[in-house]
Write a protein that binds this ligand. Structure first.
Ligand code: GLC
Length: 620
């Protein structure tokens, strides 16, 4: 059959059985995985007839898949660990804030190449309502690029150009909900029971109240409650996030199959990594907190198998903002893997905690826990992204170290909003909840590290220190297991965008503090010696040089080491008989690491570090 792919999401009309007859590759992949896939599907959906439709959707997507992507699939089947390479270096950004549109972004690829990026995460860009869309996380059409950002054709052209530059595109797949303006939601609103069954709709408060009794709130402040009254429909609808984001009902196999079709369509436009958004929330069960339920894992496992059949070049990155003990399950097991990688949320939070307190004990314990995970677990390390910093530290560990979890959390969010004496930071609170005294923090890396305050107060020594903090945080993050991802703007020390407060559409959500237009004028200063931009730019280049070392091989052994000083994080990386020692002083004072050698690992006995200094030493 001819390849019917166009840049629009055209689907060939073919059944899985017919395709398996004519295409050996598809037949082999399907045969190897079909039994498991079907048994998982049956676990959730019994004998629902939609399984055939699901398989046909896979066949159609395979038929539609462009030849160059099929080539990529084949080569990645030979190198399935491609995303673990030491030279992986990522960035996340909003298309509109960085360049204006997909087409304009395609003309800015040189800026990305200059940084040797291999991974680009573009924030949601599918059709969304305006202006209220939760940064694009309210999606109106999962198959179409938002016209303000571009077209499907532009996206396909961009991914091709990026691939040519060695950059893989990551896109969100917002699985948990649709916009209230999605065609399914509109049909539900118009009274169609078939589409009301795509969501959770109730005539009165009986069931919503039962859910609310146990389900925590995501946005207690900006969007309280888990249900919203819909006047037109005359029903309550589940909206765990914003009221204009309707939670999808994955108990309905039609929802699952339709969403999987969209994933495959996007993969055929050249998306190589899917960030599965808010994935722990996708399955709801009365009487539970509706987080991390076993059915979530069944769905993720089915997605993984589906990709392995249709487009094995494509990998899954889970957004799991959960307590550390929940994380490991999202990788599945080596025999039945789920996500290829996860955001390293807990290390991100622990890095900021260590920086404010000048104490690395919590961070070290957390790194140890993650390093103890099986080899197939892989992380995207980062300091800042488009979201807030939610202070989800490991309370058991805090208590075992004599740290009061609530007091420490309060210290952290007040510290980063600059409200604690001696704080260098300029950030803001996010979703402060009086009842639980919980709050999260917003701000750019540079502003949270003290650059903004030092610039405003013309304090040169404070400025130097802030820069050291910023570089220390990046170096420590990039030294850990996984690969580093920058938030666009961090490479030039972009400061907070306070102007969001003047915009009535954005003022309510303080995450907008770190979501401002990329400052191209400042970026131009990266060529000028001595500027903030130049110094950070060089700092980022040093990270990449550091990661060129063989000790950043995917199978390197990574472990923390006792520095005999709670202010200093020591991490050892070992590959073959080569050892690298990373030392990171999180304190505003000089410190000395005292190291014991052990077995094959021979380390220097004592290393002095200035305030916020880091050192990476080859120990042969
Ligand atoms: C994820 C996104 C966040 C969004 C939420 C709802 O957590 O990172 O920005 O608000 O999902 O889709």
């Amino acid at each position: 059959m001819a390849n019917t792919h166009t840049a629009d999401m055209h689907t060939a009309d073919i059944s899985a059985a017919a395709l398996a007859q004519s295409d050996e590759t598809f037949a082999e992949r399907l045969e190897a995985r079909e039994a498991e896939l079907e048994s998982l599907f049956r676990m959730l959906y019994g004998d629902a007839p939609e399984f055939d439709e699901f398989e046909d959707a896979m066949a159609e997507a395979y038929e539609d898949r462009p030849e160059d992507l099929k080539e990529l699939d084949k080569s990645r089947e030979q190198t399935p660990d491609w995303y673990k390479r030491g030279d992986m270096f990522g960035m996340t950004m909003y298309t509109d804030l960085f360049a204006g549109s997909l087409r304009k972004l395609a003309n800015r690829i040189d800026y990305l190449k200059e940084q040797d990026l291999t991974y680009l995460h573009l924030m949601p860009l599918l059709k969304m309502p305006h202006p209220n869309n939760d940064g694009g996380y309210a999606i109106e059409d999962f198959d179409t690029v938002d016209p303000l950002i571009g077209s499907n054709k532009d996206l396909a052209a961009l991914t091709k150009k990026l691939r040519g530059a060695g950059i893989s595109l990551c896109l969100d797949f917002v699985m948990n909900h649709t916009a209230s303006t999605h065609r399914w939601a509109k049909a539900a609103e118009a009274g169609d029971p078939e589409y009301q069954d795509y969501y959770f709709c109730y005539d009165d408060r009986t069931v919503p109240d039962e859910y609310d009794a146990v389900v925590p709130q995501v946005f207690p402040n900006t969007a309280p409650g888990n249900f919203t009254w819909n006047e037109k429909m005359d029903k309550w609808v589940m909206t765990q996030f914003y009221p204009f984001q309707w939670d999808l009902n994955y108990r309905n196999p039609k929802v699952f199959v339709a969403m999987m079709r969209s994933v495959l369509g996007l993969a055929n436009l050249g998306v190589e990594i899917f960030r599965i958004d808010a994935v722990p929330y996708i399955w709801k069960e009365l009487g539970t907190n509706c987080r991390n339920l076993p059915q979530v894992h069944t769905i993720v496992r089915m997605m993984r198998i589906m990709l392995e059949i249709v487009c094995p070049a494509v990998v899954l990155k889970g957004e799991v903002v959960m307590a550390p003990k929940e994380l490991a399950a999202y990788f599945g097991t080596p025999e039945h893997p789920e996500c290829h990688m996860l955001y390293n949320v807990s290390i991100m939070v622990n890095l900021w905690s260590a920086l404010a307190s000048g104490d690395v004990r919590l961070l070290k314990t957390q790194i140890d826990k993650l390093n103890a995970l099986p080899e197939h677990c892989w992380f995207v390390n980062y300091l800042r992204c488009h979201d807030d910093i939610g202070w989800g530290l490991d309370e058991d560990v805090e208590e075992s170290l004599g740290i009061d979890p609530l007091k420490h959390k309060e210290f952290l969010y007040h510290f980063y909003e600059g409200a604690v004496p001696g704080s260098w930071s300029m950030g803001e609170l996010y979703n402060y909840d009086e009842a639980s005294r919980d709050a999260r923090s917003c701000g750019t890396t540079a502003s949270l590290c003290g650059v903004e305050k030092a610039v405003i107060t013309h304090d040169r020594p404070a400025y130097e220190k802030a820069l050291r903090r910023d570089l220390l945080m990046h170096r420590a993050m990039a030294f850990l297991r996984g690969f580093p991802m920058l938030n666009c703007g961090d490479e030039i020390g972009q400061l907070n965008g306070w102007e969001y407060k003047e915009d009535p559409d954005r003022v309510e959500d303080s995450r907008n503090l770190h979501r401002s237009p990329f400052d191209w004028r400042k970026a131009a200063k990266r060529g000028t010696e001595g500027t903030l931009q130049r110094r950070l730019w060089e700092g980022m280049a040093e990270l990449r040089d550091m990661r060129d070392d063989p000790c950043f091989a995917p199978d390197a052994w990574v472990t923390t080491w006792d520095a005999h000083d709670d202010r200093v994080l020591a991490v050892v990386r070992r590959s073959g008989d080569r050892t690298l020692l990373g030392l990171f002083n999180f304190a505003d004072a000089s410190a000395a690491a005292t190291l014991d050698s052990d077995g094959d690992v021979s380390l220097p006995r004592r290393v002095e570090l200035a305030a916020y200094e880091s050192k990476v030493l080859v120990c042969d």
